[in-house]
Design a binder for this molecule. Structure first.
Ligand code: SAH
Ligand code: SF4
Length: 362
């Protein structure tokens, strides 16, 4: 195992490490300041630390758990960053620039889409991340480090975070919450919890757990089907927690939280884009007071589903709107990259022979 990353250390853990070595306690604040605020690129850059302490740090820690290897896209567009981990696995983060009208809000905020696992065990049939199966959970340093690295690489502040990259965040709950502490902590990145959205395919126990969490973190549900009949076909997780159990957990969420839920719904031709699904979805969204985010399916190599016609997408949205549901649909081209989390990593690992090429059919 490589030495731990400084980006995974809580302020308390760092203070304890310093104390054991007889270092004064104010050094903890200096080090954390270099890591999270000044965004140092090496331990050697921490110029107000004595050289001896820098050497001790070097001997015990790496600064970052991520090695940036690739950027796809450019400024003013959606950018995808690929990072290599110590075990030569890859994760990616996607930086979505100003005004993508995400969730229907006109905003000039930059949103970063973060990964929580390498691969995913949940095997949703439309998703690139599920294609190659599950490899491992990301460590807190590997999750929080994506935000820091995106800010270093872009030179911009990240305003919003969405846990919608590779992996099921709720299946890595403890590391996710530890990372969120680093991201929201005053001595860390200090991003407000209200600017964080966790997306889940519907893990009921963790929805309940987050409902009881004191921070106002937002929740998005990957629904993708309004009935068990449709959801069972595309999301194996529905066999464990069906729509009745899921909606019950979401009612509980609403009883504890003020912030509105988001229901995500990928539109896949002939699979879940029937207008009857829109009518049932409208009923659920209304009773949950949730907004709906419609996403035309993004083609995945190795899977043969398609996005519906624009007319069909609009008709689906209009049923929701006419029922009084707040629904967004992004049809413009050029944002495809942000719906395609998992694909860049898959390509890289396949080229390096780390994983077998994706099967042509599942
Ligand atoms: N596991 C969590 C978070 C990661 S997936 C979850 O499922 O919610 C987050 C989102 O990526 C999915 O909900 C879906 O909106 C999007 N996604 C995955 N594959 C896609 C595809 N082929 N086209 C469009 N969106 C996709
Ligand atoms: Fe996993 Fe989410 Fe993809 Fe489903 S949609 S396979 S839960 S990453």
């Amino acid at each position: 195992m490589p030495s731990p990353a400084l980006t995974g250390l809580t302020p308390d853990a760092l203070a304890a490490w310093l104390k054991e070595r007889g270092e004064p306690s104010f050094r903890a604040a200096q080090i954390l300041d270099w890591v999270w605020k000044k965004k140092a690129l090496s331990i050697d850059d921490m110029s107000n630390l004595p050289a001896v302490l820098r050497e001790k740090l070097e001997a015990s820690f790496r600064l970052s758990a991520l090695e940036h290897t690739h950027t796809q896209g450019s400024e003013d567009t959606t950018r995808k960053f690929l990072f290599r981990l110590h075990d030569h696995r890859y994760v990616e983060s996607v930086l979505i620039p100003a005004n993508p009208a995400l969730y229907g809000e006109k905003s000039d905020r930059r949103t970063l889409c973060v990964s929580s696992q390498v691969g995913c065990a949940y095997g949703c049939r439309f998703c690139a991340s599920g294609l190659a199966g599950f490899t491992r959970n990301l460590e807190p340093s590997e999750i929080a480090g994506q935000v820091l690295a995106a800010e270093q690489l872009s030179g911009e502040r990240v305003d919003n975070l969405v846990f919608m990259g590779m992996g099921e965040p709720f299946a890595n709950f403890d590391n996710l919450m530890a990372a969120i502490e680093l991201i929201t902590g005053e001595k860390g990145l200090h991003l407000g919890a209200r600017h964080l959205t966790i997306s889940t395919s519907g893990l009921v126990p963790q929805i309940q757990q987050l409902a009881e969490h004191p921070q106002q973190i937002r929740l998005a549900i990957s629904l993708h089907g309004a009935t068990d009949e449709v959801r069972d076909q595309i999301m194996p997780v529905n066999r464990k927690w069906n729509t009745a159990k899921l909606f019950e957990a979401l009612d509980y969420w609403n009883s504890r939280k003020k912030q509105h839920l988001t229901l995500e719904y990928i539109l896949i031709e002939g699979v879940n884009d029937m207008l009857e699904q829109a009518r049932i979805l409208a009923g659920h969204a209304r009773s949950l007071k949730a907004k709906v985010n419609l996403i035309p399916y993004n083609t995945v190599d190795g899977l043969d589903w398609k996005r519906p016609s624009e007319d069909q997408c609009r008709a689906f949205r209009d049923i929701l709107k006419n029922a009084g549901v707040s629904a967004t649909l992004r049809l413009e081209k050029g944002h495809d990259i942000d719906a395609a989390c998992g694909q860049l990593r898959l390509k890289q690992e396949t080229e390096e022979g780390i994983i077998a090429p994706a099967p042509s059919k599942r």
